[in-house]
Design a protein around this ligand. Sequence first.
Ligand code: PBG
Length: 284
Amino acid sequence: MSSSTLIATRKSPLALKQTEMVRARLAETLPQEEFANLELTTKVDERLNWSLEKRGGIGLFTKELEDALLDHRAELAIHSAKDMPTVSPEGLAIAGYLPRARVNDVLVHRNDCPIPQTIATSSPRRRAQLGILFPSAEWTTIRGNVGTRLRKIAEGECEASLLAAAGLDRLEIESYPGLNFIELPVHQVVPAPGQAAIAVQCRSEDFAKYENLFCAQTQLAVTFEKGFLQRLGSGCQIPVGAYYKAGLFRVFHPEVGHQEFKITLESMDQIEPELDAIMKVLKL
Ligand SMILES: NCc1[nH]cc(CCC(=O)O)c1CC(=O)O
């Protein structure tokens, strides 16, 4: 009988790369343990014609992996923190996060369209914020993994789209024939809560085994950003950006626009009171 600890992951190149990164961390911190992948296909991977917006988006990428944990088919599951619902399902917990990578979004446009007129994104957050920079742009949608999206833009399905820098970095994509990449500063396009963080999920009863293996700074920041989103009633269709780093919390919300708060987070106990104070100021 195999004694490997199984790690549930999606099969996209980005998901597999992220899982490899977690496994490298686990190999350092739990060297005596053997790990293997349980590679799963989720409904969103199968049905590229599904509109993420109409289906409620968040949760679609994570459900099949969470079911594998709950059914004891896997011990850990790896997700992009950005794709996770704000509240963990009953019985599951987040063991931790890898240190965060580049958090920005990147505008990817065709070289022959420096001021794109049609921009494709399924993300209301990206549309709302980039719409301020490109007020006359028309918006369409795009689906597929990172490589597919780049190909669709290059082939002319749209003139531009947005991608997370973290995804491009992890896939080591620095350029693409016919396309130009522009990193958008976080004060212009505030990243999604949890963007660029890789989350390691486990069953609640195993939490103590894994809890100290990962990045405490990233856990603090992502918990804060997700907590903010949750207070807005989450439904991921509100175009919300939230990003905490080193004493500064940036938010974007359509009713209050871009706002920033000087906050220094040092412990998890600070999260709820700081969020209380922010919600009061923003009157949301
Ligand atoms: N929903 C897709 C998704 N989820 C996480 C990432 C990028 C990696 C990350 O933010 O950690 C992406 C692709 C993208 O937005 O370009």
